[in-house]
Design a protein around this ligand. Structure first.
Ligand code: SF4
Ligand code: SF4
Length: 340
C-alpha cells in the first residue's frame, strides 16, 4: 500500500484528472443543507468534506425505479432492457456507505442472485474519504470507523493542509497514473470521536432483540411515528421493492416496473385479498429495527445497520434508532437472565 499527499489547492486538478479519463460520481451541494451523489462535470462543484449524502450510492446499483420488462401482446413478445456495468469512479464515499454496499452485495448474491444489481456493480471503483462524525453518526458502534478503507481502491484522509492519499489496489494505481502526488509517511489519525453509541456488540444485541418482542417501546414509538417510510427510503441497507405492471388503455402492451418500497409503509404489508400482516405501526417499527439488528444479523453475525444516522436525521417525528436500541439494552440488563 502506497501513501501520498494531495494539497488542498490541487484537489480540483485531481478531480479534473479523473474526469479526463473516467465518468465520476461525487457529492455535490443540494439545496441549503443537503448533499447528493451526482455525476460530476465541474471539479469545483464537488464537496469532499460533508456529513452525509441524502441517498447513498446504493441508488446507482438499485435505482429507485426501473423497468424490468416490456411486453407487446399483439406480437406476443417480451423484451428485457439491457443492463450494463456502471463503468465509473465513485469519489468521496464514506466508509459506512461502502459497508452498506457490501451488505447489499450479500443480499443480492445470496439465494436467487439479482442480475441487474450485480451487473451494475461490476464496473464500480471507489475512492473513499474520511469524515468527522456529527450528532447522528454511530458507525463506530457497529465496527466501522471513519478511516476504514475496506473495499476502496484509493482513500483520502483529511489533513490540515489537504488529504493523505492511500492507494490500495491496482485500480487505484491506474486512477492516479499520470497525476503527480507527493510521497508521504506521517502517521494518520486512526480514531474518531462519536457522540452517539449503541452500547453492546451485535452478539449480545441478538439476545436483547430476542427478549424485546413485546417491549412497550414499540407502542410508545408508534404514538409519534407518521409511518411515512422516510427512514426506509434513506437507509443504505434497505432494499425492499414493489413490482407493478402497467398496461396501455387498449390492453395490447405495457411494462413491468420495480420501485423502492419500505416496511414502514402500510401498503408494503398488504397482500392479495386485502390482508395486512403488519397492520399496527408498532409492529412495523419492530420489524424495521429487527431487520437491522436481528433477522439478517442472526444469519451473518453482523449488524445490518451501518450507523449512518440517516433515519434519525431525516425523521420528522425525531425518532432515533439509537435511543430505541439503547432503551432495549437498558431494560434487558435489568433482567440479567436475558443476557447469559
Ligand atoms: S421516518 Fe420517522 S415518522 Fe417516518 S416512518 Fe420512519 S420513524 Fe416513522
Ligand atoms: S437503520 Fe438508520 S442508521 Fe442504520 S443504516 Fe439504516 S438509515 Fe443508517
Amino acid at each position: 500500500m502506497a501513501q501520498y499527499f494531495l494539497e488542498q489547492a490541487r484537489v480540483t486538478d485531481f478531480i479534473a484528472h479523473l474526469l479526463a479519463h473516467h465518468t465520476v460520481y461525487a457529492p455535490h451541494h443540494r439545496g441549503g443543507r443537503s448533499f447528493a451523489f451526482e455525476k460530476t462535470s465541474d471539479p469545483e462543484a464537488v464537496v469532499l468534506d460533508y456529513p452525509r449524502v441524502l441517498n447513498a450510492v446504493k441508488k446507482f446499483f438499485l435505482p429507485p425505479r426501473e423497468v424490468l420488462l416490456h411486453f407487446d401482446l399483439t406480437r406476443d413478445t417480451a423484451a428485457v432492457p439491457k443492463v450494463e456495468p456502471i463503468d465509473a469512479v465513485f469519489l468521496g464515499v464514506h466508509s459506512y456507505d461502502l459497508a452498506a454496499v457490501r451488505r447489499l452485495d450479500f443480499n443480492f448474491s445470496t439465494g436467487n442472485p439479482e442480475r441487474n444489481y450485480l451487473v451494475r456493480r461490476k464496473g464500480a471503483r471507489f475512492i473513499g474519504v474520511s469524515y468527522v462524525p456529527d450528532k447522528h453518526h454511530f458507525a463506530g458502534s457497529v465496527g466501522i470507523d471513519p478511516y476504514d478503507m475496506t473495499g476502496c481502491d484509493m482513500f483520502l484522509t483529511k489533513h490540515a493542509d489537504g488529504w493523505i492519499v492511500d492507494i490500495l489496489t491496482g485500480e487505484g494505481s491506474e486512477l492516479a497514473a499520470g497525476f503527480k502526488l507527493e510521497a508521504h509517511d506521517e502517521p494518520k489519525p486512526r480514531r474518531a470521536h462519536f457522540t452517539q453509541h449503541v452500547f453492546v456488540p451485535q452478539a449480545r444485541l441478538g439476545q436483547v432483540m430476542e427478549a424485546s418482542y413485546d417491549h412497550p417501546v414499540w407502542n410508545e414509538t408508534a404514538e409519534t411515528c407518521l409511518s411515512c417510510g422516510t427512514c426506509n427510503l434513506v437507509c443504505p441497507t434497505c432494499y425492499c421493492f414493489n413490482v407493478e405492471e402497467s398496461v396501455g388503455i387498449d390492453c395490447t402492451n405495457g411494462h413491468r416496473e420495480r420501485s423502492w418500497d419500505g416496511c414502514m409503509l402500510r401498503g408494503f404489508t398488504e397482500v392479495a385479498g386485502g390482508e395486512v400482516f403488519r397492520e399496527k405501526v408498532a409492529a412495523r417499527q419492530r420489524h424495521r429495527v429487527y431487520r437491522k439488528f436481528k433477522y439478517i444479523s442472526d444469519v451473518t453475525g453482523q449488524p445490518w445497520c451501518v450507523g449512518c444516522g440517516r433515519c434519525t436525521a431525516s425523521c420528522t417525528a425525531k425518532i432515533s434508532i439509537v435511543e430505541i436500541v439503547n432503551r432495549l439494552i437498558r431494560d434487558s440488563e435489568r433482567d440479567e437472565s436475558i443476557l447469559t
